[in-house]
Design a protein around this ligand. Sequence first.
Ligand SMILES: [Zn+2]
Length: 193
Amino acid sequence: MNDKNSSRPVDLEAIKQAVRTILVAVGEDPDRSGLLETPRRVADMYAEMFSGLHIQPERHLEVTFPESYDEIVVVRDITFTSMCEHHLLPFSGTAHVAYLPNGCVTGLSKLARVVEEVSRRPQVQERMTQTIADMIEKHLNSSGVAVVIQAEHSCMSIRGVRKPGSETITSALRGVFKKNAASRAEVLSLIKS
Ligand SMILES: [Zn+2]
């Protein structure tokens, strides 16, 4: 998916036209002064929100450092905002990323960068969680990976069922954190503590 998309940058003009069409369709006058710049602003916003389609987040994990440390590494409370692919409305929250090094470690900020870039795509929270876990497992060759994401979806809070404050929690466990109950309990307690 990435390879195909990376050769096709965001078409700002097409978005501007589409936003104009939507404004007309909802009964607005896209030529009134308050709306004149709206198509351009929305196009710029989408280019930013979907910038993760045009990069490979896993590139941040390519540089690793040999290290004998073999206990759990956790980076908690990585804030993000993504776009629900069903409604194109934002969902925001925090991601907690943990891994068990297997001979090498990565820079801690790289884990946050992976979360940030994976979030900048049309997403569902479930797939986002799995994508991050798979990238870390593969590129760090980790013995275990745990990713927990908690987020509020505006498509649930401002429309539809209209339940502001409800939180969706997803987790993806790999390796020893999936197989071993004690390891899983340890990593989840570190994430929650
Ligand atoms: Zn949605």
